[in-house]
Design a protein around this ligand. Structure first.
Ligand SMILES: [Zn+2]
Length: 142
């Protein structure tokens, strides 16, 4: 009864990840490194980007530390199996509704804006064939 609208594509072997075979994930260690780099950068540039504060110059934000990349892997292709990570199993990311629901959940996490989740969404919408990609190219009205 499950309809598959989305495929998770492994970063390593570029093949779809079947149910129980893998996940989309992000490394907590990299998030911590990003947050440390971001605080240092805030201090050095005088740009304060924290909840409730204003960005003085959007280009300063653009030039900040590189955001942490979400990855997609088969368990057998994962280069860093032991990493502490936030993990979304492939079988729980099969429909557009799943993607919307995960996005809503992730938006409650303080560190999401330090990641490239927006790129994951955009590449799914535009059928880029990476990480999370639709089985059938969708209509995008933008
Ligand atoms: Zn793989």
């Amino acid at each position: 009864m499950s309809t598959r609208e989305l495929n998770v594509i492994c970063d390593a072997c570029k093949l779809p990840v079947g149910d129980g075979e893998g996940y989309v994930w992000i490394d907590y260690g990299e998030i911590n490194r990003f947050e440390t780099a971001f605080r240092t950068w805030e201090e050095e540039t005088g740009t304060e980007v924290a909840p409730g504060r204003k960005v003085r110059n959007i280009m300063d934000l653009y030039n900040g530390p590189k955001r942490v990349r979400w990855q997609a892997h088969h368990k057998t292709c994962d280069p860093d199996v032991g990493a502490g990570s936030y993990t979304i199993e492939a079988e729980r990311l099969r429909t557009w509704a799943d993607l919307a629901d995960w996005t809503a959940q992730l938006m409650g996490l303080r560190w999401l804006s330090g990641t490239d989740w927006s790129d994951v969404l955009r590449s799914a919408a535009h059928s880029a064939g990476l990480r999370v990609t639709p089985v059938t190219p969708p209509t995008v009205n933008t």
